[in-house]
Design a protein around this ligand. Structure first.
Ligand SMILES: [Fe+2]
Length: 507
């Protein structure tokens, strides 16, 4: 018999016959186990407490405490410790009774060595497997508890995110800021530019008193023109400095200021420059007092706070999405049939979206939605998820609730508004026979129609508790049959035409 244990298992043998003890000792040692021997039940119990063996082998007939009584006492210490009974033919009946009281198996004297060895190995393997499963289950419960806790924390954080600007609100806020700053110092022209870290240039975010379309095309590098210089030097620069330092205005400066009188104030915070505010258009030359500059600095610092919040908002969103995705895969991992499902649906959908030449923003949206599309299954019991047969009507009702349950998780968080329709409608059918609302055709968001295709393709090509997996060609033919019924015919045609390039046929 091969020895395949990571550590030798301790096995306690209790028998009043020294010859049996000796035989069992030799046998167990040969098999790579660590034998613990005792001739009395009371001493055996002490050994169990002290040495924590993985198996007990005991004679059923012993002077003093009997084998049956011994098992009952063992159960008080450990409910799961397997006990094998040694019995003679004469007491076979009580051995069977012992099985009823929780003994693992019995060995009949005289010993058949092969049989004993097989029973012992089976008992140890089962015991170790049970322990491993218990540890895994415990880990999974811990992970789910931890994720639920984090989910709750994020819902508290959401209250804070209400005061954080979304991208759209940020632009509006920057325009309001520019407007109030120009009014405060009577400037007719103004612009607010932000530093783009990725592209490494200043990008116009708000303008007042000049051509918006022209502003949007402007890209200024650090050190380029006066605004670029203000950012590079991280200091205020005005027409007074220019005169003092003998500089002339360049082409970019004339475009931005449209007048010889101007001031550029860098937006500065946490040791980095975020952008620059340019004010100009005074009819006559003005001198900036200390008070003017202070006022401008205070106004500009608000821009920095808004930007910091906006960055925090983005980080929050990413971090929250990440948590949800981890949670979604933890839910899927609970059921071996769905393990990796969301990940594969995401991979297919992203490739498909790229094929459709969607914008990066749209692709991200689909990617995020795929990662959490089945998040509502968190409330569905494992019995239903793993059921090896078709669901009964009541179970099916519960299963059909998962898109709405997913929405219930996402809605309170507010920051993921755009993902909600995609999660909610990923089981709608083009012919209106899907759920939860029975939406039809183009009333179903088109991104949800994409997810529905990929979701169904992956479900068909994966083994489910109630059926074997389909091969890829059969699944594609099935999709073809369902065009216009379950699936959007236009998107479905594209999918079928390009599936090899989408990587859905690779293993
Ligand atoms: Fe689903």
């Amino acid at each position: 018999m091969e020895r395949e244990y990571s550590s030798p298992a301790k096995i306690l043998v209790v028998d009043d016959d020294p010859l049996v003890l000796e035989t069992m000792k030799d046998l167990l040692e040969t098999e790579g186990f660590q034998p613990l021997l005792s001739s009395r039940a009371d001493e055996g119990l002490e050994i169990i407490k002290r040495e924590v063996p993985e198996l007990v082998i005991t004679d059923i007939k012993m002077p003093g405490t009997s084998g049956l009584e011994f098992i009952r006492l063992i159960r008080k210490i450990s409910a799961e410790l397997p006990v094998i009974i040694i019995t003679g033919f004469a007491s076979l009946e009580s051995a069977i009774e012992a099985i009823h009281t929780g003994a693992y198996d019995y060995i009949i004297k005289p010993f058949e060595v092969e049989k004993i060895i097989a029973i012992i190995h089976r008992a140890i393997k089962e015991r170790r497997l049970k322990e491993k499963n218990k540890a895994l289950l415990h880990d999974l419960q811990e992970t789910t508890r931890e994720l639920n806790k984090r989910l709750e924390q994020f819902s508290h954080l959401d209250k804070m995110s209400k005061i954080i600007c979304s991208d759209f609100e940020l632009e509006e806020f920057l325009y309001d800021l520019l407007n109030s700053t120009t009014l405060a110092v009577n400037a007719k022209i103004g612009s607010l530019m932000l530093w783009d870290d990725k592209e490494e240039y200043l990008l116009m975010k708000a303008v007042k008193g000049w051509n918006q379309a022209l502003g949007e095309t402007l890209r200024i590098k650090k050190g380029e023109g006066i605004p670029g210089l203000a950012v590079e030097k991280a200091r205020i620069i005005s027409h007074e400095d220019m005169e003092r330092e003998g500089f002339n205005l360049g082409k970019i400066d004339r475009e931005i200021y449209q007048s010889p009188h101007f001031i550029s104030i860098p937006i500065y915070g946490k040791n980095r420059v975020w952008g620059v505010l340019n004010l100009s258009g005074w009819e006559e030359k003005i001198s900036f007092t200390e008070v003017d500059l202070r006022l401008l600095s205070i106004l500009v610092s608000q821009a920095w706070v808004a930007l910091e919040n906006s960055k925090l908002h983005g980080e929050l969103q990413n971090s929250y999405l990440h948590t949800l995705q981890v949670l979604a895969s933890a839910i899927e991992a609970k059921c071996r049939y769905t393990r990796g499902h969301s990940e594969r649906v995401t991979r297919y959908a992203v490739k498909f979206a790229q094929k459709l030449k969607l914008s990066e923003k749209e692709i991200k949206k689909i990617e995020f939605a795929c990662g959490v599309h089945d998040i509502g299954k968190i409330n569905i019991s494992e019995t239903i998820l793993n059921k090896p047969a078709s669901l009964d009507p009541e179970e099916w009702m519960i299963m059909r609730e998962h898109p709405n349950k997913g929405v219930e998780i996402l809605v309170p968080l507010g920051i993921l508004k755009e993902l909600i329709p995609l999660v909610k409608y990923h089981h709608e059918h083009f012919d209106g026979k899907g759920y939860p609302e029975g939406l039809m055709g183009k009333a179903i968001p088109w991104e949800a129609r994409i997810i529905s295709l990929m979701d169904a393709y992956d479900a068909m090509t994966s083994t489910r508790p109630y059926r074997m997996k389909m091969d890829k060609e059969t699944a594609l033919r099935e999709i073809e049959k369902c065009l216009g019924k379950q699936f959007d015919p236009e998107l479905g045609e594209i999918f079928l035409a390009h599936h090899p390039a989408l990587g859905v046929v690779e293993e």
